[in-house]
Design a protein around this ligand. Structure first.
Ligand SMILES: [Mg+2]
Length: 119
């Protein structure tokens, strides 16, 4: 599968990327929502791993943009959250997020969540 990792933290992107590549997947990285949307014009992603707090375009804004674009609206999105951001989680769910992973996360938890959501 091909994943798009959208996160302004290079470290988080590296962790996500290593875990997924280690499981045999392809990973494309983007530093914010805007870059993520640009990447999706070129890359056919099967699943998006999305951060919430990012400059330029945050995760919620990205989800809104994705929802209105039929070319990408069906790609499952797993949101990385920092704390117990319940209000944000509800907002993300309402905008079509498929699931959540709380940071800091273990590689196995990440892979298990991805498998449950994206197959
Ligand atoms: Mg961030």
């Amino acid at each position: 599968m091909t994943f798009l990792s959208v996160d302004d933290s290079v470290t988080i992107r590296k962790i996500v990327s290593l875990a997924l590549k280690g499981a045999g997947h392809t990973v494309v990285e983007a530093g914010n929502g805007k870059e993520g949307l640009e990447a999706l014009k070129i890359v056919k992603a099967d699943c998006i791993i999305l951060d919430i707090n990012m400059p330029e375009m945050n995760g919620i804004e990205f989800l809104k943009a994705r929802k209105t674009d039929p070319r990408i609206s069906r790609i499952p999105v797993i949101v990385l959250t920092t704390q117990d951001e319940d209000a944000l989680k509800n907002q993300a769910l309402a905008l079509g997020a498929s699931g959540f992973i709380a940071k800091p996360f273990q590689k196995d938890a990440l892979l298990a969540t991805i498998k449950a959501i994206a197959g």
